[in-house]
Design a binder for this molecule. Structure first.
Ligand code: IMP
Length: 176
């Protein structure tokens, strides 16, 4: 796949559909955490737009946000199968209610790695939110507590997701 121009990109999920879905997810998350102070763990770089739009809709002003970064794709469109933690957590999540926020679950290798990594830091609880999931590609069962959309097996871009580091700022989920 070579770099494409914007007019070759097709819309898979519109900005409005994503926004409506995030509103519904936020409603559920507000309910779950109404009596606690969760810490959101945002997985960079892909989930930065989803995570920021989600937290703006949460009615939980005292929540904390931590970041970590992983890379598993390099510049390819299939996973290398090896997850690199390129930026570890810096703040403590010990004894806290953690909500891990991912952009997409493809094979599930990254999510599995991240859930184990979070567990090693002894949180009180861990829940998992992902904007997208490709069920056909999943290698193992992953429990996604808050899921935006199941999608077919297509390489998608936009709303934080990249191809060769580009297209992250598209306001919708698209494909070539
Ligand atoms: P997994 O480990 O195979 O589940 O892949 C998860 C990671 O791969 C995600 O966090 C994304 O960064 C990246 N990824 C998977 N599918 C896509 C895609 O369709 N577009 C862009 N990035 C993807």
């Amino acid at each position: 796949m070579s770099e494409q121009t914007y007019n070759q990109i097709k819309v898979l999920i519109s900005e409005k559909e994503i926004d409506d879905k995030i509103t519904a997810m936020a409603r559920e998350i507000n309910e779950t955490y109404k009596d606690t102070l969760p810490v959101i763990v945002c997985v960079l770089k892909g989930s930065f737009i989803f995570c920021s739009n989600l937290v703006k809709k949460l009615n939980l002003p005292l929540l904390e946000i931590e970041f970590l970064a992983v890379s598993s794709y390099g510049n390819e469109i299939v996973t290398s199968g090896k997850v690199n933690l390129t930026m570890p957590l810096t703040g403590s999540i010990e004894g806290k209610d953690v909500l891990l926020v991912e952009d997409i679950v493809d094979t599930g290798i990254t999510s599995k790695f991240l859930i184990n990594y979070i567990k090693e830091h002894n949180p009180k609880s861990i829940k998992f939110a992902s904007l997208l999931c490709k069920p056909e590609k999943l290698q193992d069962h992953i429990n996604i507590d808050y899921l935006g959309f199941n999608i077919e097996d297509k390489f998608v871009i936009g709303y934080g997701l990249d191809y060769h580091g580009k297209y992250r700022t598209l306001p919708y989920i698209g494909y070539f």
